[in-house]
Design a protein around this ligand. Structure first.
Ligand code: NAD
Ligand code: UD1
Length: 335
């Protein structure tokens, strides 16, 4: 198929673009490079053995998107482009609603105009409400608690309404749990800009000497070791999950939601230990109070994706840490 990947220069989009190219799809990457670099597109080309088409364009530039999609006769859009920092979304809500909600809306309007009806959306487990206890199945009550989460929830609602209005749409909203790891080659991976908020990139910052110690946010949660538990999923598993979802949409119209998680939770200290094992280095840490807004545990019921599209995550926490560490060592200056 001829597939547009918005945000394809970013962390998850670059891994998915590569997976699609390796599955013989024609890939067109559209990214404004606000949180990424063209180097990742070059690396994807190196790994695939041929280059994807690439446009440094904002998804809100309707004229340009229309031109690109019609020039390449795009048949499906995988939509990763957006802003993703929870804290920033609280201080800059307009930027988040503009990029994430308005950006998606503009994209869908162009798609409707051009008769493109297949769409895969990067949603997040952050849409689940705190009134529910994990594990979260897809039918659990929703209740995001910050503008980033609201923007994901709004786009899901928009997509659901669109599918009701016109049954020819084929849409999957994929709710990622905690993406981690990198391509095993060490050529593409996560390159956080500024001080990372998330656990894995921060631990890597400690391992590479950028930060002195990890700050563990809370050791008084009702979890086995008192630290927060999350469902980390290897970005390579996420990539194969998108190809499975695209295959699924060939047989299933309408609005479909899938969790992409492993169904297993690991604590902050288990992540630290695993990084210590794969790197052979100690990771100093200090325990601080809980981070506002954090929950004790979050992990998926991952059965629906397995039953419906025969996809499940295969890779272990060990391989996530190994591949992330390999990427960090090979790219000390990032890119
Ligand atoms: P990322 O920042 O690495 O990738 C997003 C890409 O989109 C970047 O390359 C950025 O330059 C581009 N972009 C942003 N706004 C754009 C715009 N208006 N026009 C064109 N390009 C634009 O982030 P990621 O981790 O790869 O996340 C991809 C998607 O998955 C996002 O929608 C994110 O919200 C979602 N998601 C991520 C996580 C996670 O933990 N990484 C978890 C759940 C959901
Ligand atoms: C974050 C996002 C969430 C997003 C998810 C997936 C926030 C508040 N939430 O959640 O919206 O869907 O990523 O990418 O950013 N931790 C530390 N020290 C650190 C960093 C984290 O102890 O320096 C702990 C946290 O308290 C948590 C765990 O590590 O228990 C994981 O944190 P993080 O990687 O930020 O992911 P989430 O909290 O799940």
């Amino acid at each position: 198929m001829r597939i547009a990947v918005t945000g394809g220069a970013g962390y998850i989009g670059s891994h998915v673009a590569l997976e699609l190219m390796q599955a013989e799809h024609d890939v067109v990457i559209v990214d404004n490079l606000s949180n990424s670099s063209e180097v990742s597109v070059q690396r994807v080309a190196d790994l695939a053995g041929h280059a994807p088409a690439f446009y440094q364009t904002d998804i809100r530039d309707v004229q340009e998107i229309r031109r690109i999609f019609s020039y390449h006769s795009i048949e499906a859009v995988l939509h990763f482009a957006g802003l993703k920092a929870v804290g920033e979304s609280v201080s800059e809500p307009l930027a988040y609603y503009d990029n994430n909600v308005n950006g998606s809306l503009q994209l869908l309007q162009v798609m409707r105009e051009l008769g493109i009806r297949q769409f895969i959306f990067s949603s997040s487990a952050t849409v689940y409400g705190q009134q529910e206890q994990p594990p979260f199945a897809e039918h659990a009550a929703l209740g995001p608690t910050n503008p980033y989460g609201h923007s994901k929830r709004m786009v899901e609602q928009l997509l659901e309404d669109l599918c009701v209005s016109d049954p020819s749409w084929r849409v999957a909203a994929l709710r990622y749990f905690n993406p981690a790891g990198a391509h095993p080659s060490g050529l593409i991976g996560e390159v956080p800009r500024g001080v990372p908020n998330n656990l894995m990139p921060y631990v890597l910052g400690v391992l590479t000497g950028r930060y002195e110690q990890l700050r563990v946010f809370g050791q008084d949660y009702p979890t086995p070791d008192g630290t927060g538990v999350r469902d980390y999923i290897h970005v390579m598993d996420l990539a194969s999950g998108h190809v499975a979802a695209l295959d699924y949409l060939q047989q299933h119209a309408g609005f479909n939601v899938f969790n992409l998680g492993t169904g297993c939770g690991y604590s902050v200290l288990q992540v630290v230990e695993t990084f210590e094992q794969v790197s052979g280095h100690g990771i100093p840490y200090t325990v601080l109070p809980r981070r506002p807004g954090d929950v004790a545990e979050s992990f998926a019921v991952a059965d629906k994706a397995w039953k419906s599209m025969s996809w499940r995550a295969e890779r272990t926490l060990q391989s996530m840490c190994q591949d992330a560490w390999n990427f960090a060592q090979r790219n000390p200056e990032a890119y």
